[in-house]
Write a protein that binds this ligand. Structure first.
Ligand SMILES: [Ca+2]
Length: 367
């Protein structure tokens, strides 16, 4: 009977066999608390962390968890709903961050990305290197994860703003797209839609809903993303240039409260996800584990779950998901917003809460 059950599961896309880590093998430490809905975390080469708070503050955290005052010199940020100060990255001596930028008309906004140098307690030389077009009246689905590829180009995930979902299938806008730009904001000449009439040249891939996870595979250098489905149908995607990922034509989810969306689950010319969650886990943050503190996890993909307040571990065979674990069943009672591997080989989590935390995952019984 059990064998039959797994045979049946194997027919469903995206369902992987449950796997487990002994709870006793892992210790969860609170490094920082009292953050206001933190969203993104990045390490700097000196070991300090940059952390964003959605309400508009960028702060530094030292190795012992000491939190700085807000960094000065940030641009105007549209803080409402899901919008605010969002992801952060460090690349070649500069801070890069994504945020909801106010538009010229009241109530409009879109995701923007800026970079600046950090001098003491302030940003200097701030440049906005990307603006999602068009500015739009919505406080939802900003996407906005940042991932630097090995070639130095920057991937930015962009949501379809919830009420503009049909735009995700058109190339004349940045709704429901991944874009790829150079660190100075210029467009790489080898982007897939450069020179195509009517297409914005920054676009890397399209047909996305709202992606709050993006990371680079440590061996292949490929971009992996995940995205929130509607009701059901969260996806992990191998995000390749020029591909159409289907939203809202194909999805494994349905309208909130029920009701069919689009044409079903597959269509020629649209790329299927590598993995699907039905029901949704509400994924945010994503990291491949490459460290030496948890040898048994090397090569695994870690994803935060907002909805279940869990850390999800996927075991992979190439691009195939062969096992799934829902970790941190001991309830921390806070939504996991970001997942980062530290330079020390520990995993760091950010919890999206009015008393948000940075958590450090260590092996238990470590000296
Ligand atoms: Ca899809």
């Amino acid at each position: 009977m059990k064998a039959l059950f797994w045979a049946w599961l194997a027919l469903l896309p995206g369902l992987a066999q449950a796997i487990t880590t002994e709870q006793a093998e892992v210790e969860v430490q609170t490094l920082v608390e009292g953050l206001d809905h933190p969203w993104g975390l990045a390490f700097m080469p000196d070991g300090r962390m940059l952390v964003t708070e959605r309400s508009g503050q960028l702060r530094l955290v030292d190795k012992d968890g000491k939190l700085s005052d807000p960094i000065k010199g940030l641009p105007r940020i549209a803080v409402a709903g899901q919008g605010g100060l969002l992801d952060v990255a460090w690349y070649q001596g500069q801070v890069y961050f994504s945020y909801a930028e106010p538009g010229p008309r009241a109530g409009t906004n879109s995701t923007a990305v800026a970079r600046a140098r950090l001098e003491g307690d302030r940003l200097t030389g701030l440049e906005v290197i990307f603006r999602q077009a068009p500015k739009y009246g919505s406080n939802a689905h900003f996407g906005s994860r940042l991932a630097f590829a090995p070639d130095g180009n920057l991937f930015i995930t962009l949501g379809e703003r919830y009420s503009a979902r049909d735009d995700a299938q058109r190339l004349d806008n940045h709704h429901g797209k991944v874009v790829r730009i150079a660190p100075d904001g210029s467009v790489p000449k080898d982007n897939p839609f450069v020179g195509k009439a009517g297409a914005l040249p920054e676009i890397w891939s399209y047909g996305h809903r709202n992606m709050q996870g993006a990371t680079i595979h440590p061996q292949t250098g490929a971009l992996w993303t995940h995205e929130h489905g509607p009701q059901g149908g969260d996806e992990v995607n191998l995000d390749q240039g020029g591909n159409n990922y289907g939203w809202p034509v194909v999805t494994f989810g349905e309208e909130y409260g029920g009701g069919k969306i689009g044409q079903g689950q597959h269509q020629d010319g649209m790329t299927d996800p590598l993995h699907v969650w039905v029901p949704s886990i509400a994924p945010s943050g994503m990291a491949f584990y490459t460290g030496d503190k948890f040898p048994q996890w090397r090569g695994d993909l870690f994803i935060g779950s907002l909805k279940f307040m869990q850390l999800v571990r996927l075991e992979l065979d190439g691009t195939q998901v062969v096992g799934e674990e829902r970790m941190l069943m001991v309830p921390i009672g806070q939504r996991i917003r970001d997942v980062v591997q530290g330079p020390d080989g520990y995993l760091y989590l950010v919890t999206d809460h009015s008393n948000g935390r940075i958590l450090r995952i260590k092996p238990a019984n470590e000296a």
